[in-house]
Design a protein. Sequence first.
Length: 208
Amino acid sequence: MLENGISTSSEAPHQLLHVGCGQLRPERIPACFQTSQWQEIRFDIDPEVKPDIIGSITDLNAIESGSIDAIWSSHNLEHLNSYEVPIALAEFKRVLKLNGFVLLSVPNLRAVAQHIANDQLSTILYQSAAGPITALDIVFGHQASQASGNHFMAHRTGFTSSTLGQLLLDAGFDEVRVHEGQHWDLWAIATMPYTSPELFNDLAGVLQ
């Protein structure tokens, strides 16, 4: 039997590495991971959010190579310097099993650039759990969080669908698909050599 592109059985749950997990909010994990088949491993650079493992996504040495079934990364890569992104992606690939995959999201600079060009830098685009989000927040990181002292929220690089896809391919992932989301974001799936081709159909609802 296949669930989300990975064979399932009565054995131990699949290992989900949730990088940049933030505060414990299980309901914010994509629904495809909210089953008994998945065990979340919370990883974050900020000790205040009490992750299972503290560290930077550019150094996953605390995690054994080829031990992870899937990685969920929501709005993390943009917090790195651009030269650090390939390092982080190489670490993602290293810890994944040969049939594993990465599901990630990042801000979509192409989409937000339209608002900047229209002089809407401070216009509220949508409401998030952290509060109202503007084009300025999307490009440079959530301003209110940074003002309150959370400097981990600063953004240091950005992506379009083509640059994100190329970075994942350059990292050595077998197949990459990138989709423009509904909240000025990009969603990507990157697979390993033996990932089931059914995965893309199973996750079609996530890439909305």
